[in-house]
Design a protein around this ligand. Structure first.
Ligand code: NAP
Ligand code: ZN
Length: 341
């Protein structure tokens, strides 16, 4: 079978490799689609620890082709999505229910072979059923959606809440939709690219702003802004210092700012604790997808989240190394690697 292998920092190749054999608790899954994520690019550049040689790809779904001897509840031919993040279940964080903080966290597509391949092995406890009639490309969105769901859960959005989403990549565009589903009546997206602002408004954002054109603190939370005084919830989905600072300033007194974006390790920003304290802004961070993958799969299956329009390109495994080793093209939201192409 073919697999895209990270063989060292800056060394990514599609190779012919042996098809894996499922262990007793594994599913052998024929990959239908696997999304390219910023983390794959970080892994390529050595900005995120991994264990080469390894097959990348952690946003995958596909069809079960074989099952191990101890597998139950899954059958050959079922479509599944894999939660790539494997917690040990035994460390102090796991036993306290904080599985995303597991001391021994292993991820499919980072520490063990992933979904940029014709086949991937998925431990049965990491697999979630998807409907047979689902568009085979859509299952690849379960993982990023599950990460967004954790952020939404932490945000405490209520019916009638006002929300700002900072950053209009796939995470931001999913967050806009989840905020609407959670009952927010005002959802404002801030992102620089006009095509993404248009798309966000079509996906449910009530307004969008260009942070490069105007002072967005004033435009949104100023006395004559869209939500004078600030919003109930800010979802930071850009991963840059500027937006993290904006998140703290756009939240109303008593509001919540959730940081989903990943800033480069070692980079710092300057915030004013006095301002945070006197406005009692709740600053929280959201990491990975603890216990949200099942709900993400159900949401994708329900069709209530528009993902088709987030797919910018579908590429083959042969084309995939060029995609991952280069920055995203302008306007691109999600590139899917489709082994069948
Ligand atoms: P992405 O495609 O890079 O999207 C982020 C977008 O933010 C950029 O494309 C850019 O769009 C926008 N942006 C950049 N600077 C901005 C600014 N100053 N103001 C407003 N928008 C700005 O990445 P993604 O896949 O959507 O992921 C978003 C972030 O979440 C990344 O940092 C990623 O690592 C992180 N993430 C976190 C988790 C988690 O568990 N917490 C899970 C997955 C991903 P424009 O060019 O339109 O401005
Ligand atoms: Zn653990």
């Amino acid at each position: 079978m073919k697999a895209m292998r990270l063989e060292g920092i800056g060394q990514l190749f599609t190779r012919e490799v042996d098809k894996p054999t499922p262990g007793p608790d594994d599913l052998l899954v024929r990959v239908e689609a696997c999304g390219v994520c910023g983390t794959d690019r970080h892994l390529f550049h050595g900005e995120f620890p991994s264990r080469p040689p390894v097959t990348l790809g952690h946003e995958f779904s596909g069809i079960i082709e074989a099952t191990g001897s101890h597998v139950s509840g899954f059958a050959v031919g079922d479509r599944i999505t894999g939660d790539p993040n494997i917690a040990c279940g035994r460390c102090s964080h796991c036993v306290n229910g904080r599985v995303n903080l597991c001391r021994n966290l292993q991820a499919i597509g980072i520490h063990r072979d992933g979904g940029f391949a014709d086949y991937v092995l998925v431990p049965q406890k990491q697999a979630f059923l998807l409907p047979a009639e689902l568009d085979p490309m859509h299952g690849a969105f379960c993982e990023p959606l599950a990460c967004c769901l954790h952020g939404i859960d932490l945000a405490g959005i209520q019916a009638g809440s006002s929300v700002v989403v900072l950053g209009g990549g796939v995470i931001g565009l999913l967050a806009v939709q989840l905020a609407r589903l959670a009952g927010a009546t005002t959802v404002i997206l801030s992102t620089r690219q006009a095509s993404r602002r248009t798309l966000a408004e079509e996906l449910g954002a009530t307004a969008s702003v260009d942070p490069s054109a105007a002072d967005i603190i004033e435009t949104i939370a100023g006395p004559n802004g869209l939500v004078p005084g600030g919003v109930d919830v800010v979802l930071e989905c850009a991963g840059v210092g500027e937006t993290v600072i904006q998140a703290t300033k756009l939240a109303r007194p008593g509001g919540t700012a959730v940081i989903l974006g990943v800033m480069p390790q070692g980079e710092t920003i300057s915030i004013e604790p006095f301002d945070l304290l006197f406005r009692e802004v709740k600053l929280v961070t959201s990491f990975l997808n603890p216990f949200t993958h099942r709900r993400a799969a159900d949401l994708i299956a329900s069709g209530k989240i528009e993902v088709e329009r987030l797919i910018s390109r579908k590429v083959s495994l042969a084309e995939a190394p060029a995609v991952v080793s280069n920055p995203p093209a302008k306007g691109e939201v999600k590139v899917l690697v489709v082994p069948g192409l």
